[in-house]
Design a protein around this ligand. Structure first.
Ligand code: NFE
Length: 495
């Protein structure tokens, strides 16, 4: 078979390579092997060593321009845990509002600007980026529906800008905020800022209810097969997010779904494996609270710069699906009502959520739940009230900050010695989802989700992209298709 090089494909963030082997099984050409590779060394753990602990809030945001607020939140929670302080209500709420703004921005970004063009035939659009080049497959939506979705793609750009503007009211700037500090938030609350925030939130809620959620239903209705494609490992993990009070009640609770059981999360049960990751043996088989990050670029059998985080030695998927499913099981009333509405609409059961479309639906439901809740948080702010509590840096301490990024469970861990950072470890949601095979021989969640994916045309392997995109991986991506003999059929390269 010839080697085919596909023009650059964008719409995945960061630096990911996915390689799949395709074979015909039972008359269906499908993925029989998959490898997910993070192709860049992040190294922030190393950069942070020896620094003032408060630098963590600023520096870890630079891990990613899409989810910096989550890293700011994780770092401040980590430092507050180490410093033994907590923010006043205003500070807690302000941080939630900025994080909520980032969730809305990111979920709209994902559906319209990263995923939607996997489903829309844009051959009638102006022949330029982002509409072309693209795969055109017979199942794509066309005509008036396609034209509407393309219009919403453009409208969504303005909505994302509004979400950033909204977050910047209390974050000072975005993408990376400068107001999050251990002990709270440095932006003061004024009636004018609250009113400005509420105006923008109202516009965004209108878009979510009137455009984003209906578009998800439209696309899902046009691609019903994708309720049974891309299922994945079946285990879900969420730390929970948006603290609603000083004792840690959350808008979206944490929890996990392991082997069909709904269970609590104990972070001491997290181990990072490195058998197939480009790190020394000493960097693996340990909990992140004692983790180290030592690159080993030429390591035999390693194919990724991502470690393989596992909970209780089992593969778990993180993300909106995990959050919505865990909260569905926990009986969170708003989530239950919305999830049931979606399941009723499609006449299906909760098992269908473990799929490409289930991830998209969960993301849209979550976007609505968060945006709707934020209006009430604005009511709770006290104009002119305290926004942070000062604390000195302890000589020696340890801390942990577990929260959620738009893409899933996010954890930071710190050890402080002589007032400086001695150890800093970060596990991102994409580390859970795009992780390589672990020491126990288990593939990561995205790898597992790709197995069995039908591929109608190896020249246009859109099905592979649909599965990969459903995870919203934060990685730029090069996707290869190879025969079982290792011959390259296609290569996707993303800048
Ligand atoms: Ni770069 Fe992020 C989110 C985090 S994914 S986008 O959401 O943390 O690893």
């Amino acid at each position: 078979m010839p080697t085919i090089r596909i023009d650059p494909v964008t719409r995945i963030e960061g630096h990911l390579e996915v390689e799949v082997s395709v074979e015909t099984v039972d008359g269906v050409q499908q993925v029989i092997a998959a490898k997910s590779s993070g192709t860049m060394f992040r190294g922030f753990e190393t950069i942070l060593k020896g620094r003032d602990p408060r630098d963590a809030t600023i520096l870890t945001q630079r891990i990613c321009g899409v989810c910096p607020v989550s890293h700011a939140m994780a770092a401040t929670l980590t430092l507050e845990s180490a410093f033994d302080i907590s923010p006043p209500d205003n500070g807690r709420i302000l941080r939630n509002l900025v994080l909520g703004a980032n969730f809305i921005m990111s979920h709209i970004l994902h559906f319209y600007h990263l995923a939607a063009l996997d489903y829309i035939d844009t051959s009638n659009a102006v022949p330029m980026s982002p509409w072309q080049p693209q795969y055109i497959t017979p199942d794509m939506v066309t005509g008036g529906i396609a034209a509407d979705l393309v219009g919403h793609y453009v409208e969504a750009l303005a909505m994302r800008r509004k979400a950033h503007q909204m977050g910047a009211i209390f974050g000072a700037k975005l993408p990376c905020v400068s107001t999050f500090v251990p002990g709270g938030c440095t932006e003061v609350v004024t009636a004018e800022k609250v009113a400005d925030f509420r105006d923008l939130l109202g516009e965004l809620r209108g878009f979510i209810d009137g455009v984003y959620v209906p578009d998800i239903l439209t696309v899902a209705g046009a691609f019903p097969d994708y309720f049974s494609i891309g299922g994945g490992c079946g285990n879900l993990l969420a730390y929970g997010v948006f603290n609603l009070d000083a004792v840690g009640t959350k808008l979206l609770c944490g929890g996990r779904y392991t082997d069909g059981a709904f269970l609590n999360v104990d972070p001491t049960q997290i181990i990072e494996y490195v058998k197939h990751s480009r790190y020394t043996a000493a960097s693996g088989n340990v909990n992140p609270s004692v983790g180290v990050t030592e690159p080993a670029i030429d390591k035999v059998d390693a194919y990724s710069w991502i470690k393989s985080p596992r909970y209780d030695d089992q593969v778990h998927e993180a993300g909106p699906l995990a959050r919505m499913f865990v909260n569905y099981l926990a009986g969170e009333s708003t989530v239950v009502a919305l999830v049931d509405d979606v399941l009723d609409y499609f006449g299906t059961d909760p098992g269908a959520l473990f799929s490409v479309l289930g991830r998209h639906a969960a993301r849209a439901i979550e976007c609505k739940v968060v945006a709707d809740s934020m209006d009430g948080w604005l009511d709770e702010l006290v104009v002119g009230g305290p926004v942070y509590e000062y604390s000195s840096i302890p000589e020696s301490a340890s801390g942990i900050g577990l929260t959620e990024a738009p893409r899933g469970a996010l954890g930071h861990w710190i050890d402080i010695s002589q007032g400086k950072i001695e150890r800093y470890q970060v596990i991102t949601p994409t580390a859970w989802n795009a992780s390589p095979m672990d020491d126990l021989g288990e593939m990561g969640p995205m790898e597992q989700a790709l197995i069995g994916t039908p591929v109608a045309d190896v020249d246009q392997p859109i099905e592979v992209l649909r599965v990969v995109h459903s995870f919203d991986p934060c990685l730029a991506c090069a996707v290869h298709l190879v025969t079982p003999e290792g011959q390259s059929l296609a290569e996707f390269r993303v800048s």
